[in-house]
Design a protein around this ligand. Structure first.
Ligand SMILES: N[C@@H](CCC(=O)N[C@@H](CS)C(=O)NCC(=O)O)C(=O)O
Length: 241
């Protein structure tokens, strides 16, 4: 989106902690048992610069910036590369609050998180699959297969997710016609909250078996979620590797 040159390094789940520690990147949260959780995404900016954030004009004296956690990373990049801005002036707290609300109502809801966990495992490479199963089954207290088996119970939970989407469709009624412009939260501009929501929707689209995305999510609310994700992908979906 900002046309910042970068190189992606893909890290498998079991390697995240060691990779972050080696790069001097701090944990992002502390688990219930007191252990530190290291997470992706993370960035290393070898050229943080002190010249008003103009790339390529660092005096070379600043140490690289190495950090994890999406929100602070986005804030950092938006300050350093302000065009196009994803935190328009005065919207930082509003965006933070909106994202938390969306996550609480939808993505951390039992129904959707169960659905995603039950399906994500199948898409991972073998070493990550083993890690994902081991850690998530401890979190959930049950086998992944038992979380949301296909059938009547899964259909009922999908209906619960649909109700949550209906609620956001109403809350975001004024931007309905802007989905095709990659705007969901704010009319006229794609902002950080849009990126977060598009990323979550993309996650569902990637892990959901075909029939689940195309027969459910993609059809809901006149297709605005699919229209929005497609527009975001088309405009900003390129990855370097
Ligand atoms: N607060 C972090 C959370 C990111 C997160 O949960 N990342 C997952 C991958 S999607 C992770 O790295 N998990 C590591 C693990 O489960 O050990 C952020 O917003 O960046």
């Amino acid at each position: 989106m900002k046309k910042i040159p970068y190189k992606t390094v893909w890290v498998e789940y079991p390697d995240i902690e060691a990779t972050m520690k080696n790069a001097g990147i701090a944990h992002t949260s502390i688990e219930d048992d007191g252990s530190l959780l290291f997470t992706c995404p993370a960035i290393i900016d070898p050229e943080p610069g002190d010249t008003g954030g103009i790339v390529g004009q660092s005096d070379g004296n600043d140490p690289p910036v190495a950090m994890a956690d999406s929100f602070p990373i986005a804030e950092y990049l938006d300050k350093k590369h302000p065009i196009p801005e994803i935190f328009p002036h005065g919207t930082l707290a509003l965006q933070r609050s909106f994202i938390l609300f969306w996550a609480k109502e939808l993505f951390n809801s039992k129904e959707l998180s169960h659905l995603i966990m039950a399906l994500a495992h199948n898409q991972l490479p073998p070493r990550s699959q083993e890690f994902f199963r081991r850690t998530r089954e401890v979190w959930l207290g049950m086998k992944l297969e038992a979380v949301l088996p296909p059938g009547a119970q899964r259909e009922k939970e999908i209906e619960g997710v649909r109700e949550a989407f209906n609620k956001f469709d109403k809350l975001l009624a004024n931007t309905r016609s802007h989905a095709k412009d990659a705007q969901l939260v704010m009319e006229g501009q794609t902002i950080y909250a849009d990126i977060v929501i598009a990323s979550w929707l993309m996650w569902i689209r990637c892990v959901a078996a075909e029939e689940l995305w195309w027969n459910h999510f993609a059809k809901w609310n006149d297709g605005r979620w699919e229209t929005f994700v497609s527009a975001m992908l088309e405009k900003y979906g390129q990855v370097d590797a």
